[in-house]
Design a protein around this ligand. Sequence first.
Ligand SMILES: C[S@@+](CC[C@H](N)C(=O)[O-])C[C@H]1O[C@@H](n2cnc3c(N)ncnc32)[C@H](O)[C@@H]1O
Length: 310
Amino acid sequence: MPQPAMQIDPSLFPHLSRLVSQQLAVYPEHAKLFDRRFGGESPEALAHLEWLARKVAKLTAGAEQTFLQDYRWLCDRQVEEELYFRRTGRYRLDTFSQAYEQVYSDAAYMTRYMNGLLMTQLWWSNHTSVMAFFRNGYLPSLGADYSHLEIGPGHGLFLALAAEDQRCRTATGWDISAASIERTRHALESLDPGRMPDLVLQDLFASPTAQFDSLVFSEVLEHMENPRAALDAIRPLLSPGGRLFLNMPINSPAPDHLFNVETPSELRSFLEDAGFSVLEEHLAPATNQKLDQSVRKKLTISCAYILERS
Ligand SMILES: C[S@@+](CC[C@H](N)C(=O)[O-])C[C@H]1O[C@@H](n2cnc3c(N)ncnc32)[C@H](O)[C@@H]1O
């Protein structure tokens, strides 16, 4: 099996090392990118990756080839969008109805998209880094016995982590795409966190009256035609003292992304203007990139925040 030049020690990181080899067999063009990505990782980061790889291996068991191929498919879609973005300075789609027609309502497309996105949690360092912030920063910051809602759980990994947290009292997922709900359910059944969250086909703009101590809105704001209206819809869903984990990649074209800002500080101001206070900020540049250069050159940066209502 192909391996990156920098070997990941299979005796220390068995799941990661196997998944890397399997992915390179499907996508040999990624060898250099993986060399740099994993060659530079600290032992702590590799330990987090191994923890994540164990979950991904469980979730993809019996269908590994599908997930690995879907990752390659997703990268091809990203390249098309990236070319458009760099040529024009804007994302290709403008309206939610375009995104709904071309992406969310297309079950086959959406399934591949969510499968590929699951693999990016391992292969794209900004995604891995945000997942570590969620696991080690956000979840432990929540009070005991919290009620939890994720809007747009997609591949389901974030929701599964909350559902397996002993301190989480209730877990709920809302998504506008039936295929995403199916992927989330599959993730939860495979990872078996000890309970099945309530999964609802639900547009956030038609939210029922409810409040949650913890709300996750990860990689959804950039899908909004009217992002301020989305934040206005979310704010009342937070119980007094409740926390919001919000994650948005900027300068990050994708088949269904509509909203962009060019710098992390612009996004922070946008969130503050919408009535949120930033308790913590975590900025993660794309794989093999540095944060200062990414800000200067307007490259992809995942911007993750722990917020509360101001
Ligand atoms: C890119 S995925 C995010 C998956 C995961 N949360 C993550 O951070 O990797 C975006 C998800 O948001 C869902 N979504 C988009 N618009 C929505 C809306 N108006 N209401 C609820 N879900 C929505 C999509 O169907 C999709 O499953």
